[in-house]
Design a protein around this ligand. Structure first.
Ligand SMILES: C[S@@+](CC[C@H](N)C(=O)[O-])C[C@H]1O[C@@H](n2cnc3c(N)ncnc32)[C@H](O)[C@@H]1O
Length: 280
């Protein structure tokens, strides 16, 4: 008998989510898919407001990194309803099996209701148009090895598995590629569930400004990164920088293997010299 790769789980609040058996991780842990998408990504990114006010250049582009069962992507589509904006949602995914699983369990999961045909078309043809003017495009493959030549992002919903299970998505090269994809003239915000010191150090050293994000589910704090310091409500400051030295997991992630190490003196000097900590 073959072992299923995914299973439905009932969360503490009664909602349903999906667990990857291979990664040993439940998606949207501690909350349900819709709450996490809306608290962590849609509200912090101000998707509806920024979409409504968007005035170019080009379409309003959202990068959905780790499409998974599409809770974040569907939350974006819902937030853009009525915005009347020309938008593109670029979803990146290495394996769409979990989305196919979610589609088969759409009734139990709830959030895909009404969007099933857009998802089916996305899977079959690689793109769909869930709303007039809103294109949803699927990019299959290992995101950490891509250099996507698509519309530069205003919003990056960064949602892989954890660094321990999915290290290539959290390394310096991946955050550097993301940073290079964000254009200086387009304000860009990246939202993510982690509060790990090493992940934040890696983002900072890859050229992002980094701040604290809202609590969600069981997480007291999350992370927001941006290509401009003034986009952050709560930037990491001198007090955070001084605590990096006492953390045992503060070395930036390089390469494709996970490790937990304290930051080296050389990396700390580079970190402390970043514009975010000027005058700190
Ligand atoms: C936590 S799930 C995403 C949940 C999803 N964002 C949602 O809102 O429902 C992480 C996803 O990242 C995908 N992923 C992991 N490594 C990847 C890689 N190297 N390239 C692209 N996708 C990857 C996994 O296959 C998985 O579907």
């Amino acid at each position: 008998m073959s072992c299923p790769n995914f299973e439905l789980v009932t969360l503490r609040g009664g909602g349903k989510s999906i667990r990857s058996v291979a990664h040993g991780e439940t998606m949207h842990i501690g909350t349900d898919p819709v709450t996490e998408a809306s608290e962590l990504h849609i509200r912090q990114q101000k998707i509806a407001e920024r979409g409504t006010l968007w005035n170019g250049p080009g379409p309003f582009a959202i990068w959905d990194v780790g499409l998974g069962p599409a809770a974040n992507a569907v939350a974006c589509i819902t937030a853009l309803q009525g915005a009347g904006v020309e938008a593109e949602i670029h979803s990146f995914e290495i394996d769409t099996e979990v989305l196919e699983f979610a589609l088969r369990h759409s009734r139990e999961l709830g959030y895909l209701a009404g969007w099933e045909s857009a998802v089916e078309r996305l899977l079959a043809e690689g793109h769909s148009e869930p709303l007039p003017g809103v294109s949803w495009i699927l990019h299959r493959g290992d995101f950490s090895l891509m250099a996507p030549a698509v519309t530069p992002p205003s919003a990056i919903l960064f949602d892989p598995y954890s660094p321990a299970r999915n290290p290539e998505m959290w390394n310096f090269g991946t955050f550097q590629m993301l940073r290079a994809s964000a254009r200086e003239e387009i304000p860009c915000v990246l939202t993510n569930y982690t509060r790990s010191t090493s992940a934040r150090v890696t983002m900072l050293m890859a050229g992002w400004f980094v701040g604290r994000g809202v609590p969600t589910g069981e997480k007291e704090e999350t992370t927001v990164a941006a290509n401009r310091l003034d986009l952050l409500e709560d930037p990491l400051d001198a007090a955070w920088l001084s605590r990096v030295l006492s953390s045992t997991n503060s070395a930036p992630l390089r390469g494709r293997l996970y490790g937990r190490d304290p930051i080296s003196a050389e990396d700390y000097a580079l970190l402390a010299a970043l514009p975010q900590f000027e005058g700190a």
